[in-house]
Write a protein that binds this ligand. Structure first.
Ligand code: HEM
Length: 278
């Protein structure tokens, strides 16, 4: 009989007494110690891990969107393309994750739903930060975070600066396009309205991609991001309806009806309208 494979003989490091290990580097002790089910229901672990992993991916999405905003502002479009592609892939990954959660039936969820109290993804500050960074700035959504000044400050800091879409419009202006009222904005907290000049600018870009290739590519990266973000919202509401039907949410909204209304939110409006004009 052959000897079992010994990784040490292959050079694998086997002793970490005074060395940084995989676990040390990743702080796995902290990460893997952060699941604390409040009931004895088997499926609560799935529910917790699904949310925690989603929040980790959202953390990465925020990191990438923030850097993409900085790159566009500095007229460095190529790195921003890479970051925006990554954001779209993150949402694709999150979309696939619904398949795991969908294995939980309404009966299984009911076993621990009461333990959640009033907590809900509605209070996910990272999700709001993504929306705010992208350009969907509904100030009412600051409400659930008022009791945490540090988080409110982080969200306010995002609202004080141009969003991803605002930066794309400012880039159009730097390239000689008339962006109408968007060129005169000073208060970024205000929700901007769709405007004709911006639509005409995108129309010009889409009618002559060869001439405006970088702007055209940026526009398509933004549409790709929104496409995958919309799929996330759609998968969420479908999963929610499958699990709780038309019951109210733990966060207090009308539940699936509220989430269906949110499907109408558009992040980059002129980029969708322009398609009708081409
Ligand atoms: C059993 C699974 C789930 C159910 C039944 C559910 C249910 C709901 C409901 C009913 C709402 C509306 C707010 C409320 O009244 O509570 C909501 C919002 C939300 N949920 Fe979930 N959810 C589930 C899983 C998830 C997961 C895995 C995430 C990932 C982080 C998530 C993130 C969110 C976010 C970000 C919102 C706010 C959406 C918005 O305001 O547009 N949910 N959820």
């Amino acid at each position: 009989m052959s000897q079992p494979y010994d990784p040490a003989s292959d050079g694998a490091q086997m002793s970490f007494k005074e060395r940084m290990s995989y676990s040390d580097y990743l702080h796995l002790e902290k990460v893997l110690d952060a699941q604390a089910p409040l009931s004895s229901a088997h499926d609560e672990m799935l529910f917790i891990i699904q949310h925690q992993t989603s929040e980790l991916w959202m953390k990465l999405a925020l990191h990438e969107i923030g850097a993409a905003i900085g790159s566009i502002r500095a007229d460095r479009l190529e790195p921003s393309f890479k970051m925006l592609s990554r954001v779209a892939r993150i949402f694709e990954q999150l979309n696939n994750a619904w398949d795991v959660l969908r294995t939980m039936t309404p009966s299984e969820y009911t076993e621990f739903r009461d333990a959640l109290g009033q907590s809900s993804g509605f209070q996910s500050w990272q999700y709001r930060a993504i929306e705010f960074m992208a350009g969907n700035r509904n100030l009412a959504m600051l409400g659930p975070h008022k009791h945490q000044p540090d988080l409110t400050d982080r969200l306010e800091a995002i609202l004080a600066t141009p969003s991803l879409y605002d930066e794309a419009l400012l880039l159009l202006a730097r390239n000689g396009f008339d962006i109408g009222a968007d060129a005169r904005r000073t208060d970024w907290r205000e929700t901007r309205g769709e405007n004709e000049e911006v639509l005409v600018a995108w129309q010009t870009v889409y009618r002559d991609p060869q001439r405006y290739w970088m702007l055209y590519e940026l526009a398509e990266k933004l549409v790709d991001f929104e496409d995958y973000f919309r799929r996330w919202r759609f998968n969420h509401v479908t999963t929610v309806e499958r699990i709780i039907g038309l019951k109210r949410g733990t966060g207090g909204t009308s539940g699936a009806s509220y989430l269906k209304k949110m499907l109408e939110v558009v992040l980059f409006p002129e980029l969708w309208t322009v398609r009708t004009r081409l």
